[in-house]
Design a protein around this ligand. Structure first.
Ligand SMILES: Cc1cc2nc3c(=O)[nH]c(=O)nc-3n(C[C@H](O)[C@H](O)[C@H](O)COP(=O)(O)OP(=O)(O)OC[C@H]3O[C@@H](n4cnc5c(N)ncnc54)[C@H](O)[C@@H]3O)c2cc1C
Length: 378
């Protein structure tokens, strides 16, 4: 297999090959040159915007006369993720916030605002880690919304949200005061009065993701900013698509790791053959996983538990395979992969991120266990 290519069935499933070629050109060109700088903290918003304007993070959204195609967006993220996991994660942020607007019943979200987002004129982010862990009973909801005339006042702090700048917005959820169950989901503009972006502690990787703590002090959220209220029924319709899109980041990191094993095969194959998780084996596992992702991508808005369990399992496998592939690539490359400037050691940290970013592997397993128990006959 040509190491710069994704598995053929994925490219085939991604209808717009021209788009993927253009994404690949950016990934292997300017992005490859800047991947290390991004790892060290340079936020590549110019490249993210360029990719968004090309349509790399909007192909999955239905447009008049053109049904959405999830595999194209997933494959585009994978092309980028082979080179830079952080930028692939930023693409996911933009893709998933498009999904938030598209999935909303609020006309103020679906009209011109959605179109501007799809054209890359608006940049979006997602602050859903805490709410998702809140809904799963893993931690308390950190944002509180107090009902006021025309909307809500929101208070609280999200500890880390990526892809942020003053003119960007993030989708997030606040628990409604006075109710034990109700929560509201909204787009929060980073420049709204009362919002402060606070610098995060230094991370071991993904430093160039524009990640900040988002502090809200009496932030007014009006009707035009609401995505879903109450948000649980709305979220049920998009939960599968949200998680499925993350498989693009994982696929890129895994493919990048496999390619770096082949890169030393001529020189080190005589001894690397004694390692576990050889590139051909990992490729077979990745192709198998992507085959299932291709199928799941055909019905992204299936709200059944059975579908969601399949998506969660694919995402678990993606996270686990990321870790195995990145670790094995390090062992295949040896000392050259351990150099601080090596993409191989950077990928180990990117893979760890896929395993811990919400839904983290532990969270995914908890979710699968809960849903399976719900679906068991009494
Ligand atoms: C680089 C980076 C980018 C991220 N970007 C986003 C984003 O865009 N949007 C988003 O919603 N989330 C983002 N997150 C958060 C991420 O999705 C996870 O929620 C986070 O990594 C922890 O998930 P976990 O399930 O492992 O929880 P755990 O780490 O197990 O957390 C459980 C509890 O420990 C607390 N905790 C964790 N670390 C500390 C600490 N240092 N001090 C005190 N308490 C702590 C948490 O608040 C939580 O209550 C990002 C995280 C990182 C590292």
């Amino acid at each position: 297999m040509n190491p710069t290519d994704l598995p053929a069935d994925v490219v085939q499933a991604a209808a717009t090959d021209n788009l993927l070629s253009a994404v690949r050109a950016i990934a292997q060109g300017p992005l490859a040159q800047r991947a290390q700088a991004i790892d060290e903290g340079a936020y590549p918003i110019d490249l993210v915007t360029q990719l968004a304007k090309m349509g790399a993070m909007s192909a999955h959204i239905d447009q008049p006369g053109r049904p959405g195609d999830y595999m194209t967006t997933i494959a585009a993220m994978a092309e980028v993720g082979k080179v830079c996991g952080a930028t692939s994660f930023l693409m996911w942020q933009q893709a998933v916030s498009a999904l938030y607007l598209f999935g909303s019943a609020n006309e103020a979200m679906r009209g011109e605002r959605l179109q501007r987002h799809l054209r890359g004129e608006l940049i979006g982010a997602t602050g859903m880690s805490n709410p998702m862990k809140g809904f799963a009973g893993i931690e308390k909801m950190l944002l509180k919304a107090t009902p006021v005339e025309g909307g809500y006042r929101v208070n609280g702090t999200l500890p880390w949200v990526s892809n942020l700048a003053q003119e960007h917005s993030l989708g997030t959820v606040a628990a409604v005061e006075g109710s034990t169950e109700r929560a509201v989901m909204f787009m929060l503009p980073c420049n709204a009065p009362g919002v402060t972006l606070k610098t995060c502690p230094k991370f071991s990787g993904m430093e160039g993701t524009g990640t900040y703590a988002v502090q809200c002090k009496d932030v007014f959220i009006g009707a035009d900013d609401i995505l879903g209220d109450p948000c649980k029924p709305y979220l049920r319709g998009i939960r599968g698509a949200f998680v499925l899109l993350q498989c693009g980041i994982a696929a890129g990191i895994i493919q990048g790791a496999i390619d770096s094993m082949w890169a030393v095969e001529d020189q080190l194959g005589h001894v690397n053959q004694f390692l576990d998780d050889r590139p051909d084996q990992l490729q077979a596992e990745l192709d198998d996983l992507l085959g299932r992702v291709v199928e799941l991508a055909k019905t992204p808005y299936d709200s059944s538990n059975a579908y969601f369990i399949d998506v969660l399992n694919a995402r678990i496998e993606g996270g686990e395979l990321c870790m195995r592939a990145a670790t094995s690539a390090l062992m295949h490359q040896g000392a050259r992969g351990y150099l601080m400037q090596s993409d191989v050691q950077r990928r180990v940290r990117e893979a760890q991120f896929v395993a811990i970013v919400t839904p983290a592997i532990k969270h995914l397993r908890k979710e699968v266990a809960t849903l399976c128990a719900e679906d068991m006959p009494a």
